[in-house]
Write a protein that binds this ligand. Structure first.
Ligand code: FMN
Length: 210
């Protein structure tokens, strides 16, 4: 199957989620590439994508998310971020034009108590960011594979924040620029658990008749 993909449009078609019932095109079209093109992300596009993240919902409207952003236009910053990633991620992220590291505030600003949903809400902000990027013809790839402790120290992330995900952002590139293993993952269909495995009725494992 992999050898039949020759154009970007074919790749996007292959990666589009097969959903039943059909969901919004934007959700079907988001996927996490490893092959990024070196095409720069214009500042206004980057700003729009971050603005979408800003409008995510959060517990007490705390907005616990923070985004540290390095672009290829600042090579020193980009290499500093890249160097935090595990080698398996570095090998493909090096081609992406933008690298983001997210943090999530652990406490509520209004009373200082623990915010159990800081990470959760940062995840929602990431989903907004990813869908806005998709709507604008870009893609994101979130990563847990980086040195969180070094990120904290080297990027000056305060103790009151959890280090959350790293995210590569940019335009899709050619799968042929990847290693063979990565190329195979790039050219495989996306899969999910069936709905009845993740959705229950009113008690655990009870089926929801839909
Ligand atoms: C929090 C988080 C951490 C992830 N960490 C990595 C990672 O370190 N390396 C990687 O190649 N992909 C990583 N992924 C990407 C997932 O493997 C990917 O989202 C999943 O396989 C579903 O594919 P899709 O996003 O194309 O639908 C991560 C995704 C998320 C949301």
């Amino acid at each position: 199957m992999s050898t039949t993909i020759t154009t970007g449009a074919e790749l996007e078609r292959l990666k589009r989620a097969d959903t039943v019932p059909e969901v919004h095109e934007l959700i079907r079209s988001r996927w996490s590439p490893r092959a990024f093109s070196s095409r720069e992300v214009p500042p206004q596009v980057l700003k729009t994508i971050l603005e979408a993240a800003r409008w995510a919902a959060s517990s007490y409207n705390e907005q616990p998310w923070r985004f540290l952003v390095a672009t290829k236009s600042d090579p020193a910053a980009f290499s500093k971020f890249l160097d935090l990633l595990v080698p398996a991620n570095q090998s493909w992220v090096k081609n992406a034009p933008v690298l983001i590291i997210m943090a999530a505030k652990k406490t509520f600003s209004h009373n200082g108590s623990q915010n159990r949903f800081g990470f959760h809400d940062a995840g929602q902000a990431l989903a907004h960011l990813a869908l806005q990027a998709t709507a604008m013809g870009l893609h994101t790839h979130a990563m847990a594979g980086f040195d969180h402790q070094r990120a904290r120290t080297e990027l000056g992330i305060p103790d009151d924040f959890d280090v959350a995900a790293a995210v590569a952002l940019g335009y899709v590139g050619s799968p042929d620029d990847l290693t063979e293993h990565q190329r195979q993952m790039e050219l495989s269909k996306r899969t999910r658990k069936p709905l009845n495995e993740i959705v229950f009725g009113a008690s655990w494992n009870a089926p929801l008749p839909l």
